[in-house]
Design a protein around this ligand. Structure first.
Ligand SMILES: C[S@@+](CC[C@H](N)C(=O)[O-])C[C@H]1O[C@@H](n2cnc3c(N)ncnc32)[C@H](O)[C@@H]1O
Length: 265
């Protein structure tokens, strides 16, 4: 099994787990979220992440492509701003695509690899990619494809993670992050967009607003479930240990969480 197949298998399994679904409030999201706008739950933070990326588009309207749509929660959220015929979403996992079709009725949801977009040149006014580009083999290949399928004047918005090189082999193996994506720093990351012809490139370091908020929320979650009577004392104790481990792991391996926008001239 390749590292990519393993990563997809893990996502397919974890996204279906009952604990995960409860933590995300049954929303189908699977991202760290954006907490700076006062989100009271992971679901709200995940919705806010899509909103904060959409706010970075020069304008709404036209056709939008949601790359690596997961279970279709981001796609469903796009339907609040775009008519269904304007929304296309892709994911590499057949199982996630099947759920995304249910979660985002009316949108076109296709199984596809982000580095081989099966669309004609200049098909979309906007491309959004929430917390997934670090997995693509490679991120640079995806950026080239995004540039190709965007219309002139169109924009790409994404949230992305820079991982620590120190953890290179662990991150690559466990999280399915190709080594080519372990970019050294934000200037090198930003340079990739310029080299492909993007302009108006903005890269904001939102590590505390996204990863930090997620880690705080995850660690607090079992206790709040217990206080609500939604989790027994022993389950909440066991969950607290697991949540601390997950929060600690992501804190250790991640260097920066980025909010990015760029335009095709
Ligand atoms: C952290 S999840 C984010 C899902 C969704 N965007 C969200 O915010 O809820 C990463 C997603 O990337 C998808 N993915 C990974 N590699 C991919 C690729 N090469 N092409 C398309 N999707 C991919 C995974 O299947 C998974 O759904």
């Amino acid at each position: 099994m390749t590292a990519q197949q393993n990563m997809v298998r893990i996502y397919d399994r974890v996204m279906k787990s009952s604990k995960q679904r409860r933590y995300y409030g049954g929303s189908g999201f699977y991202n760290f979220g954006y907490w700076a706008t006062g989100a009271a739950s992971q679901r709200e933070a995940s919705e806010a992440l899509v909103d904060t990326l959409l706010a970075r588009l020069p304008g709404k309207g036209g056709a939008i492509l949601d790359v690596a749509c997961g279970l279709g929660a981001s796609t469903r959220h796009l339907l609040l701003s775009y008519p269904p015929q304007a929304v296309t979403a892709i994911n590499i996992s057949a199982a996630q695509v099947a759920t995304a079709r249910q979660n985002a009725p009316g949108a076109t949801v296709l199984q596809m690899d982000a580095v081989k977009l099966d669309f004609a040149d200049e098909s979309f006014d906007a491309v959004i990619c929430v917390e997934a580009a670090f997995h693509f083999d490679t991120r640079a290949a995806f950026l080239a494809e995004a540039h190709r399928v965007l219309k002139p004047g169109g924009a790409l918005v994404l949230s992305d993670i820079l991982f620590r090189r120190l953890f290179a082999s662990g991150v690559s193996d466990r999280l399915g992050v190709p080594k080519a994506n372990l970019v050294a720093d934000i200037p090198s990351y930003k340079a990739q967009f310029g080299a492909l012809g993007f302009t108006d490139i903005a890269v904001e370091d939102a590590t505390d607003q996204c990863l930090g908020g997620f880690r705080r929320s995850l660690v607090a979650w079992p206790g709040s479930e217990y206080r609500k009577g939604a989790m027994s004392f022993t389950t909440s104790l066991a969950s607290a240990a697991v949540c601390r481990l997950i929060a600690g792991y992501f804190g250790a391996v991640s260097k920066s969480y980025l909010l990015v926008s760029a335009r095709k001239p």
